[in-house]
Design a binder for this molecule. Structure first.
Ligand code: R5P
Length: 294
């Protein structure tokens, strides 16, 4: 372990400088990966905008049937054409989503439920062969830095990355927040950097103050989690600020499927992510398409 005495105290994130080793591939930190990894990452991140709208509906893996996802077979099919990537469990995909002409990211970690006080103990629950069978463009693992289950969580992440490396399937490391895990830039800098250095190709985390610094210090693309349902206008603000701050996309669940107008909300997020809409323009788009009176 490095001796922490006498470290340079001031940090410099060089916010005025682009990430240096981009090469000619549009995904941050992926220039030196092999062909198969790049192909899958290009399925996730639109080569034109460099960004992605992921739609997360994996909540059932520990929360059961949350509001809005009581019937996957009814809710999900109408949203498929309005997002870039579908992210959920193999059970949700196989039972309720017809094989889409669309990128999928498979949730492969699990181990707890809402009934547990401590959600941080997860294992790798899906064999890499099943992810290959389902033609996943990525596999997602929840990572609990600073929690009781940190060791098993890092073990799970590393197993997924090792398996993914064998077959060129990128890993999405999902920063968990919970007990002792504050939503501060310090915490997110720590967690995102650990996950990227362990070999994840994409990191999902939350928006926070000094988000630009979190992005600058993370050598792979960050996609921002939606979190609890917000009023649509606020969710669009958060999405806009995330993209402004350097996020390469959103991985949103409840703010889409719990909206009164999920399709229109997904569309508005897409406008911010791919077409440089401001939050106000996206809000107008949402109101117009959802036919909401002023
Ligand atoms: C995060 O803990 C899990 O990946 C969730 O089930 C999901 O991705 C969260 O989506 P949202 O917070 O946007 O509803």
């Amino acid at each position: 372990m490095a001796d922490t005495d006498g470290l340079k105290v001031e940090k410099n994130y060089h916010l005025d400088r682009e990430f240096a080793v981009s090469g000619d591939f549009h995904v941050k930190g992926a220039s030196n990966l092999d062909w198969g990894m790049k192909k899958r990452l290009a399925n996730i991140f639109n080569p034109k905008s460099g960004n992605t709208v992921m739609f997360a509906f994996d909540h059932g893996y520990f929360m059961g049937s949350v509001s809005g996802l009581e019937r996957l077979d009814i809710t999900i099919p109408r949203l498929v054409d309005h997002v870039d990537v579908l992210m959920t469990t193999r059970g949700a995909f196989r039972t309720s989503v017809a094989p889409p002409r669309k990128s999928i990211v498979l949730r492969v970690s699990s181990g707890s439920s809402m009934l547990d006080d401590d959600l941080s103990h997860e294992v790798l629950a899906v064999d890499i062969e099943d992810s290959i069978r389902m033609d996943a463009d990525g596999i997602a693992v929840q990572v609990f830095i600073g929690a009781d289950g940190q060791l098993s969580s890092i073990d799970t992440l590393s197993r997924a990355i090792n398996a993914g490396m064998r077959y060129s399937i990128p890993v999405l490391g999902v920063v968990a927040v919970g007990k002792n895990m504050e939503r501060t830039d310090q915490y997110f800098k720590l967690a995102t950097r650990i996950i990227a250095e362990l070999g994840a190709a994409i990191v999902k985390t939350y928006y926070c103050d000094k988000f630009e610094e979190v992005v600058a210090a993370c050598p792979v693309p960050i996609v921002v989690a939606g979190g609890k349902k917000l009023p649509e206008r606020e969710a669009l603000e958060m999405a806009f600020r995330s993209i402004q701050g350097g996020a390469r996309g959103l991985d949103m669940g409840r703010n889409i499927f719990q909206s009164l107008h999920p399709v229109e909300m997904a569309g508005a997020i897409g406008k911010i992510v791919h077409e440089k809409f401001t939050a106000s323009q996206a809000w107008e788009y949402y109101r117009d398409t959802a036919k909401i009176k002023q």
